[in-house]
Design a protein around this ligand. Structure first.
Ligand code: ADP
Ligand code: MG
Length: 299
């Protein structure tokens, strides 16, 4: 049976765009010791913008597909990458396609295509094998990317043509404005904070330093996130996970409390115990505050 007081908690939440799916989720949230968050779309806006396209410097005579023989131009690199990213729903893919369209580049449809979760895209374009994705994808297909510069901010999407590094595209996302104050609030509430991301070490560390997180884990595959969550739970006790992606559904279900951003994927919203309709980070301390005070008056 659910104490009557939980109904007032559900009401208080709904006024702030916090949808508790029943009294049990409020009760579980009142006991949370640590908040584990996804980066992209949860702590950051998830709206990537291309900063620059950097073709490989030299010596890549074979790194061109039909019509782009020889060393690629920045536009040539973008055209190949955007052609392969067209069918992806990943926010990084959307930013690359948007930049290509802005530059008026004509995109082609790949002959075949495979999206590798947490890695990127592998496609066949004009008879060439194209890879677009992170360092892990390049490692997986034995592409050497020596000579590319590692950026501190933003993520890099590496492009390879027939297993030869052809250049990289720098994309950057912005941290949500309320992330830093929300984390300060959580600290005051004695709640530990952690971020799990599939993104690279450098951009993860930059975000963590900017907003002040207790723990950060980068370069995680979707399946690694659940293992990390379990480790954090062993260390701190009851954990809430906040995410927004399709890939986040298993971690949401595996946490003591699963919360989804309203802007997120349907699968995440469905798997969650709580939904933050405003998609703001400040909803996290607000929800914990409501849950704690509801629990107090329910005695
Ligand atoms: P996050 O934890 O940031 O939500 P994802 O699992 O969605 O991570 O993606 C992890 C990483 O995999 C991204 O940061 C990116 O480097 C790479 N990636 C995934 N999908 C794509 C894609 N379609 N194009 C390029 N890179 C991708
Ligand atoms: Mg995500």
């Amino acid at each position: 049976s659910v104490p009557l007081a939980f109904f007032s908690g559900i009401g208080a939440g709904s006024k702030k765009g916090i949808l508790f799916k029943g009294g049990a989720s409020i009760e579980a949230m009142s006991a949370v010791n640590a908040v584990v968050m996804d980066k992209t779309g949860t702590i950051t806006e998830g709206n990537f913008v291309v900063q620059e396209a950097v073709p490989a410097a030299s010596g890549r005579e074979n790194a061109g597909t039909n019509g782009t023989q020889g060393i690629l131009t920045a536009d040539g690199l973008l055209r190949i990458c955007a052609s392969c990213e067209q069918s992806s729903t990943h926010p990084i893919a959307a930013s690359i396609v948007a930049e290509a369209r802005k530059r008026g580049l004509e995109l082609e449809k790949p002959d075949s295509l495979e999206e590798i979760a947490g890695h990127g895209i592998r496609a066949s374009l004009d008879g060439a094998e194209i890879l677009c994705g992170n360092r892990k994808l390049m490692d997986k297909f034995l592409v050497s990317i020596e000579g590319s510069r590692a950026g501190t901010f933003g993520s890099e999407v590496y492009v390879a043509v027939n297993q030869l590094y052809a250049g990289h595209i720098v994309v950057a996302d912005t941290i949500k404005k309320d992330a830093k104050p929300a984390l300060r609030c959580l600290k005051k509430m004695n709640v530990a904070t952690a971020m799990l991301t599939g993104d690279g070490e450098e951009s993860a560390k930059a975000v963590a330093e900017e907003i002040g997180l207790d723990e950060v884990r980068a370069k995680l595959l979707p399946e690694d996130k659940l293992a990390e969550l379990t480790r954090i739970r062993e260390k701190y006790g009851s954990v809430m996970f906040v995410g927004d992606g399709i890939n986040d559904a298993p971690v949401l279900a595996g946490a003591d409390v699963g919360a989804a951003m309203g802007s997120g994927a349907d699968a995440a919203i469905e798997a969650a115990d709580v939904v933050f309709m405003t998609s703001g980070v400040e909803a996290i301390p607000q929800a914990l505050g409501i849950a704690r005070s509801t629990k107090r008056i329910s005695w």
